[in-house]
Design a binder for this molecule. Structure first.
Ligand code: PLP
Length: 466
């Protein structure tokens, strides 16, 4: 046995021979020499390990077979870590799936600036250095009615910058009913601590009154903070201090009011029969000194944190060195600007922003798509699968309209032998992966976020079909 293994070790080609093999030329044309050498070594190590364990797969020791392994390794390492998936979960803004899908105009804008120098921080008219957030500011001012605006990497960063700029080393008063946690890592008390501001909680979880703020204001108070409870709702015996009341208290004591609005809509969704999400313009109108919100929630643009408000306060944000550490890159700025321009100019905003399109889509359209998709899916899956088109409801997701559910249409997928979780796993293994949701032990493909019926037909083959 040992003799046989020794013989096989001797039969193995050297790395050098592998590199000189004609089949390797194609690899060396595409990848650098060191990398290919390393992969040849790894493939040989693998074969040696198999020989040592006398595995039958170690059978073919020919250069061709080993180079086949090298190619497989390289192909695996060349696949991006993030791949396209089909979102049939019904959650329109899914944080784990990258939230908003960009409008075409935003994608075009990113491509346009990606490979060339641009006047990112350069004032072409004056021939001198300019500010990178300048173009965005005018659009945001126009769309929200605020005096000034700036932008950072995400809304969590906007809140951090706002707290650090306005309240470092001093107190910020927040209602206990608004000490939110969003998606694991964003918690108001923690962000507050990191910003250097001192949290001063007032009221109780379910009820906070104007007097709670009044009594807490003192010479150390730097800011009154209001936080939109975007992923939960306190119901029952509750009392909340309205922004208008908070603004009045702030004015009286000469303390600014900042609101973390979370989603922050630029258009009124209730016009489309949807539950109303607070409008940024209305919050500015109501007197908030600074409002922060996300670029990739209901707004439907790239990940970004938008800050609008009083000129003097926004100017302080821009002067803070922390703004430099939290700033956006040119791709984000280009995408955001293009998205905001759509809000100003597009004939029908709900047609051009994919997030808004998914929100406002008529149920009949969703059902019609299901009727087209179902027979195709049935053909692809075979008779072990039982499919049914059904009405359902779906959560909106990602810190927007927490308790609201939208009516939707789903294809329920059941299998003669497999559990719902096993079916879900099978669909996740398709290329591209298809993600649905499991409800009462059934696998559901939600059609609200599906616009092409072919997307639902799984390719279990491994290689992307289209
Ligand atoms: C989503 C959310 C955040 C975090 O925003 P990101 O853009 O994800 O950083 C902060 N506050 C509220 C109220 C939110 O809803």
């Amino acid at each position: 046995m040992a003799e046989q293994a020794a013989q096989r070790f001797r039969a193995l080609p050297s790395v050098d021979r592998l590199l000189k093999h004609s089949r390797c030329a194609a690899l060396l044309a595409r990848y650098n020499h060191d990398y290919v050498t390393q992969k040849c070594r790894e493939a040989l190590d693998q074969v040696r390990a198999e020989i040592r364990q006398a595995q039958p797969s170690s059978g073919d020791l020919h250069e061709d077979a080993i180079l086949g392994r090298v190619e497989t390794r390289i192909a695996a390492e060349s696949r991006p870590g993030h791949v396209r998936v089909v979102n049939a979960t019904g959650t329109i803004l899914h944080t784990n799936l990258g939230r908003a899908l960009l409008p075409q105009a935003a994608i075009d804008a990113m491509i346009a600036v990606a490979g060339d120098p641009i006047n990112l921080e350069y004032d072409l008219a004056a021939g001198k250095r300019g500010r990178r957030e300048e173009t965005l500011q005018s659009l945001l001012v126009e769309l929200t009615g605020a005096e000034a605006a700036t932008v950072v990497n995400n809304n969590a960063a906007a809140v951090l910058l706002g707290l650090n700029t306005l309240a470092e080393g001093r107190e910020v008063i927040v209602s206990r009913g608004e000490l939110i946690e969003i998606g694991g890592a964003f918690r108001i008390p923690e962000i507050m601590a990191k910003s250097g501001a001192i949290l001063r909680e007032v009221g109780s979880t379910n009820r906070t009154h104007p007097a709670d703020y009044e009594n807490a204001v003192n010479e150390k108070t730097a800011l009154l903070l209001k936080v939109h409870t975007s992923n939960y709702k306190v119901v029952g015996f509750t009392a909340e201090v309205k922004l208008e009341q908070l603004v009045a208290i702030g004015k009286q004591h000469n303390v600014p009011v900042m609101e973390d609005l979370g989603s922050g809509a630029l258009i009124d969704l209730s016009k489309y029969g949807l539950p109303k999400e607070p409008l940024v313009a209305e919050r500015i109108q109501a007197g908030a000194d600074v409002v922060t919100f996300s670029g990739d929630k209901i707004l439907g643009g790239p990940q970004a944190g938008l800050m609008v408000g009083k000129k003097s306060l926004i100017a302080r944000m821009n002067k803070n060195h922390m703004q430099r550490a939290l700033r956006c890159g040119k791709l984000t700025l280009a995408a955001l600007e293009a998205t905001l321009r759509l809000y100003r100019q597009a004939p029908e905003i709900t047609h051009v922003i994919p997030t808004l399109r998914a929100f406002t889509r008529p149920l009949e359209e969703i059902r019609a798509l299901g009727e087209t998709a179902l027979p195709r899916l049935q053909t692809a899956l075979g008779s072990d699968f039982r499919l049914k088109l059904e009405n359902s409801t779906a959560q909106i997701g990602s810190g927007a309209l927490p308790t609201e559910k939208l009516p939707t249409v789903v294809i329920a997928v059941e299998h003669a032998k497999l559990s719902a979780d096993a079916v879900a796993k099978k669909f996740r293994g398709a290329n591209p992966p298809i993600l649905g949701r499991v409800n009462e032990d059934r696998f559901l493909l939600d059609l609200r976020t599906i616009f092409d019926p072919q997307e639902l037909v799984p390719n279990f083959g491994g290689v992307e079909s289209s």
